[in-house]
Design a protein around this ligand. Structure first.
Ligand SMILES: Nc1ncnc2c1ncn2[C@@H]1O[C@H](COP(=O)(O)OP(=O)(O)OP(=O)(O)O)[C@@H](O)[C@H]1O
Length: 614
């Protein structure tokens, strides 16, 4: 009902043109205003707001008061005029003036109070919501992140929450106050003069028709402009992230031309959309003036006939303005409200994602781990129809070094994911020190493991902090000792600032090899019982490679290690090699044993040797 009433008054300017933030898939700038489940989303937003129920009631009281005071002001002016004309002689003017001053001061006070209290409530609500969302994200299982783009998740924590926040701050209260003002104005108008009220309303259908006529034309143009804008954003992102490639192939001019074409399309659609919608304020003004003319003209005749007073005409002129303002406000806030509810829904969608299944009731904390591992007939598939690992069985003694080899997609990484319980086996079991890993608390299991991956993640922070990530309570001395063992110290000390040098996100200022050395230092500090190494495939200079090798050997000493191996010398020195192909464990044994078997491994090894020789 409300929606139908305000629909024609909706602001045709999409919010990105008016500088407001939009929710949605971030870079496309496309607002997502489709709400799937209104009632449950609103109920959940309410459950957050209700934590400040008392304050909220005070805000609502202020809204009611300020709306009533907004009605009272013009009414007092009208009464004052009548009083003067009816021979009051003006003696009461002082009282009316004082009355008006009190009304408008109270109006400002109540508006100000509702504003600051609502800011307090909304900021606290958003603070809780953001916290709940972020902590929930950290409890979600790895497959959740595999299924979604990082940017999309980010947009929920930032854009969507921001959207809810800005709506709670202003729109929610404004909508409530607009509805009250609208109801109040119409009621008082009807009480004063039903005939004049009807006449004032004659312009409303005209306004609605005019707005509809214009927005029907501008709507598609704005949509077009939004699509063009999304396209341009995508293009900018693509060309910026592909800068190296563009420069390497001297494609700068082509990139600029591509930008120009898209930019031109936005200019054209924007020009027409804004030009046509520019008629709206003019139309509203003209019709407003028309309503004033009707009130003054017909009101004048009615006043001469004694049906109404001049004061009532003045009240009507003011109320007519007050009547169209909330209609416009409501129409403009409607988009914001829809977008915020959609944003809240997207936030709750993530919060409804099931957490990483909780540990079994009987799951235990490990006091220590020797590092004996067994896979017993383990099968697993990312999707149910296609097994990625099939009946894998092997045993590893504590301290053994196992090389995992096999063609790309064979299942090497998946096997490690099962060992660290990022995923659970569909059938069969994985044991550590003879205990099914499902009966060990995940956190406890992972605390005995460390990973040195190809793509070492470095945080924005000092080198010292980055190494300390391996064990947060390590002393400076322990951090430096780990860096020395990892062979990382010489390069750290050569850098300006040494251990206190601040690294950028992703460690953009240091080389691939140096990142690996830091990762090794981190793992040494963690002192794990089980170590997982994913050897770098990219070429690293020989000197760094020797340093990495030495660091790794020190790291692996006395620990059970799994190496996803690409280097021949690693493979050769492994205690045992597991050869995987198409999710099956094809062969296992030492390098010499496998060569003697004359099977798949021998072919793989021969092809590696050929590559090295080239
Ligand atoms: N998150 C995932 N969802 C669905 N399928 C996946 C997922 N991760 C890997 N796969 C698929 O599982 C199979 C095994 O992948 P896995 O990463 O374990 O192979 P790999 O032997 O480590 O390969 P590489 O040497 O290229 O890293 C592949 O077919 C891969 O496409």
């Amino acid at each position: 009902m409300l929606k139908a009433l305000i629909e024609p008054f909706r602001n045709p300017y999409p919010r990105h043109l008016t500088g407001e933030s939009v929710s949605g898939k971030g870079d496309t700038g496309k607002p997502k205003t489709k709400v799937q489940n209104w009632s449950s989303t609103l109920r959940r937003v309410w459950s957050y707001l209700a934590l400040r129920k008392g304050k909220l009631m005070l805000v609502l009281l202020m809204v009611v008061l300020s709306s009533a005071l907004a009605l009272l002001g013009p009414y007092l002016i009208g009464v004052a005029v009548d009083d003067y004309l009816e021979g009051g002689g003006g003696q009461d003017w002082v009282y009316f003036l004082i009355g008006l001053a009190v009304v408008y001061t109270l109006f400002s006070l109540t508006s100000w109070l509702q504003n600051i209290w609502m800011i307090e409530i909304s900021q606290e609500t958003i603070y809780r919501l953001r916290f709940d969302l972020f902590s929930h994200l950290h409890k979600l299982p790895i497959p959740f992140f595999g299924k979604r783009q990082q940017g999309e998740i980010m947009s929920r924590v930032t854009n969507d929450i921001e959207n809810v926040s800005s709506t709670l701050n202003s729109s929610a209260i404004q909508i409530f106050s607009s509805v009250l003002t609208l109801i109040g104005t119409v009621t008082v108008m009807l009480l004063l003069s039903p005939l004049l009220t009807l006449l004032t309303f004659t312009v409303v259908p005209l306004m609605a028709l005019g707005m509809r006529w214009i927005t029907r034309r501008t709507g598609p143009l704005f949509k077009q402009r939004q699509r063009n804008l999304g396209e341009l954003n995508g293009y900018i992102e693509e060309t910026l992230s592909g800068q190296r490639m563009i420069k390497a192939f001297s494609q700068e001019d082509r990139a600029i031309r591509g930008f120009q074409e898209r930019n031109e399309r936005i200019r054209l659609s924007g020009f027409w959309a804004l030009t046509i919608s520019g008629f709206i304020p003019k139309l509203m003004n003209a019709l407003n003036n028309m309503s004033f003319a009707i009130i003054a003209g017909i009101g004048g005749i009615l006043a001469i006939r004694g049906a109404i007073t001049v004061g009532i005409i003045i009240i009507f002129v003011e109320y007519a303005r007050q009547f169209t303002r909330p209609l416009n406000d409501l129409a403009n806030q409607w988009n914001t409200l829809l977008s915020a509810i959609a944003g809240a829904e997207r936030v709750f969608e993530v919060m409804d994602e099931p957490e990483e299944s909780s540990d079994e009731q009987a799951a235990v904390e490990l006091k220590q781990m020797d590092g004996a591992i067994a896979f017993e007939q383990v099968s697993f598939g990312y999707d149910n129809n296609r097994p990625t690992l099939n009946g894998i069985s092997f045993k590893v003694k504590p301290g053994e070094m196992i090389a995992l080899v096999g063609p790309t997609g064979a299942g090497k990484t998946t096997l490690i994911q099962l060992l660290s319980r990022f995923y659970d086996a569909d059938s069969g079991r994985v044991t550590v020190d003879g205990r099914d890993i499902r009966s060990i608390k995940r956190e406890s299991l992972r605390s005995y493991m460390a990973f040195v991956l190809q793509d070492t993640f470095l945080f924005k922070g000092t080198i010292r902090e980055n190494i300390r990530f391996g064990r947060l309570d390590a002393t400076d001395e322990e951090v430096e000792q780990a860096a020395r063992l990892a062979n990382a110290e010489p390069f750290i000390l050569r850098m300006k600032g040494g251990y206190d040098k601040v690294l950028d996100i992703g460690g953009s200022g240091i080389s691939q090899g140096q990142k690996q050395l830091l990762a090794i230092a981190r793992a040494i500090l963690a002192n794990p019982s089980i170590l997982v190494l994913d050897e770098a495939t990219s070429s690293i200079d020989t000197v760094t490679e020797i340093k990495i090798q030495e660091g790794l050997e020190r790291l692996m000493e006395g620990r059970t290690s799994f190496v996803i191996a690409h280097r021949l010398n690693t493979i050769r020195s492994a205690d045992r090699i597991l050869v995987l192909k198409d999710g099956r464990l094809l062969e296992q044994g030492s390098h010499d044993e496998l060569l003697r078997q004359n099977g798949f491994y021998r072919d793989l090894y021969a092809s590696q040797l050929r590559k090295m020789a080239l």
